[in-house]
Design a protein around this ligand. Structure first.
Ligand SMILES: O=C(O)C1=C[C@@H](OP(=O)(O)O)[C@@H](O)[C@H](O)C1
Ligand SMILES: C=C(OP(=O)(O)O)C(=O)O
Length: 430
């Protein structure tokens, strides 16, 4: 049954919260832990649906993964050449990260595998990974000449590549690097702007030599991974909903604890600060090769700004909620260079333009972004998430500032990345 949620205006957000573990790092912990030799203990693992798809896929390839407690995994890795042919199709659900990274990994195995996903994932572009992997000798077939899943992968001996990616995408970069682990020679990926570097950091954590340089990254094939414990920080993409909520709702003061602030991910903090948002980083520290801090957020009078260039990949999943901040800011916000938003779980430019216009906000869209006119007041109404977790949660945050109740339809998708979102929102809103 399709679920919905009704959200009313808030008189302030107060208290301390901890958001669930980082989705990108959680995926990689399962993948790299499964390839490592030895036992990897993960804590802070995100038990969202996307990550559970990754766990299921590795179990289907013979890896023993125990879940002794909430957010805990024990992965019994047997080395880079230990995976077994899965007996059935691997279902990646809604998760772009799962299907794209696993395609790179499976391209170099000595077995056959098929990857698919839900109705949203089967519409997302796969040619962006199929093309560079084919250049390494991979045999991958998919619908419409390899553009769309299901993808059928006939594992091959791969050769190293030097690939110039046309998009700043960590999924493309990581897929090619994972294939590169199985290739003869040194694989290099160049990208137009630096995308999130969790793969590079975690591979190093597991003892792989990875060289990052201005414009790209390279690694030599044939390296082994050695198991090491991992602590997953809170997901900045999940924290972003509460950052914006704390800024736009008057009389708010919120401490969001234990948030990953990797420089390739913290564009949302820089953008919101540029909008005059009060966000203070306290207790900065490092956890398993990733920087972490607590974020103190206070209600602020936001102002419109221009956003584009290298800030875009550093905040790519946060644009739906950044557009909510823009709707509550004084003046105009222009978002450019963000065409990638059109190929996420939904077309997030079109979806947010729809949502914000229901709230009474004036939005114009462009192929690569949108212009949002800040509004004095938001109005209530009925919106639909289109099955996209980030659209559902962004709508909920806008509703905290609306004059009337907001009904959000199709809200079960929040379990993709933030299973306790509604409960947490309830605990901090006055
Ligand atoms: O590598 C990752 O974990 C991710 C990379 C990004 O996608 P792209 O690589 O398509 O930019 C991001 O949108 C996604 O949520 C997670
Ligand atoms: C785009 C996202 O994830 P993925 O690409 O892994 O589906 C997201 O979480 O916003």
């Amino acid at each position: 049954m399709v679920q919905s949620q009704t959200v009313s205006a808030s008189r302030g957000l107060r208290g301390e919260i901890t958001v669930p573990g980082d989705k990108s790092i959680s995926h990689r912990s399962v993948m790299f832990g499964s390839l490592a030799k030895g036992v990897t203990r993960v804590s802070g693992f995100l038990q969202g649906e996307d990550n559970l798809s990754t766990v299921k896929a590795f179990r289907a390839m013979g890896v023993t993964i125990d879940q002794p407690g909430d957010g805990e995994l024990v992965i019994h890795g047997l080395g880079v050449h230990s995976l077994q042919e899965p007996a059935d199709v691997l279902d990646c659900g809604n998760s772009g990260t799962t299907i794209r990274l696993m395609s790179g990994l499976l391209a170099g195995q000595s077995f056959f595998s098929v990857l698919t996903g839900d109705q949203y994932l089967r519409k997302r572009p796969m040619g962006r990974i199929v093309a560079p992997l084919a250049g390494m000798g991979a045999s991958i077939r998919g619908r419409q000449q390899g553009q769309y899943a299901p993808l059928a992968i006939d594992g091959q001996q791969l050769k190293a590549t030097s690939y110039q990616s046309p998009v700043a995408s960590a999924q493309v970069k990581s897929a090619v690097l994972l294939a590169g682990l199985y290739a003869d020679g040194v694989t290099t990926v160049y990208e137009p702007h630096l995308s999130r570097d969790h793969s590079e950091r975690m591979l190093r954590h597991f003892g792989v030599e990875v060289t990052s340089f201005d414009g790209g990254v390279s690694l030599a094939g044939g390296q082994e991974l050695t198991a090491r414990d991992l602590l997953v920080p809170g997901d900045i993409s999940s924290a972003a909903f509460f950052m914006v909520a704390g800024l736009i709702v008057p009389d708010s003061e919120l401490l969001i604890k234990n948030v990953g602030i990797n420089p390739t991910r913290c564009g949302v903090i820089d953008i919101l600060k540029k909008m005059n948002g009060s966000i203070e980083l306290v207790n900065e520290r490092e956890m398993a090769g990733e920087p972490v801090a607590d974020l103190l957020v206070k209600s602020s009078d936001l102002k419109g700004i221009e956003i584009g260039g290298e800030d875009v990949p550093r905040a790519i999943d946060e644009f739906p909620v950044i557009s909510v901040a823009a709707a509550c800011a004084e003046g105009t916000t222009v978002i450019r260079d963000a065409k990638e938003l059109r190929v996420k779980e939904t077309d997030r430019i079109a979806a947010m333009a729809d949502v914000l216009s229901t709230f009474g906000v004036t939005v114009t869209t462009a192929e690569d972004g949108m212009t949002v006119q800040g509004a004095e007041r938001l109005q209530g109404g009925r919106v639909n998430s289109c099955g996209d977790h980030r659209i559902a949660m962004s709508s909920a945050i806008a509703a905290l500032r609306a004059d009337g109740d907001v009904v959000i339809e199709d809200t079960q998708c929040t379990a993709t990345s933030f299973p306790n979102f509604w409960q947490l929102l309830g605990t901090v809103t006055v």
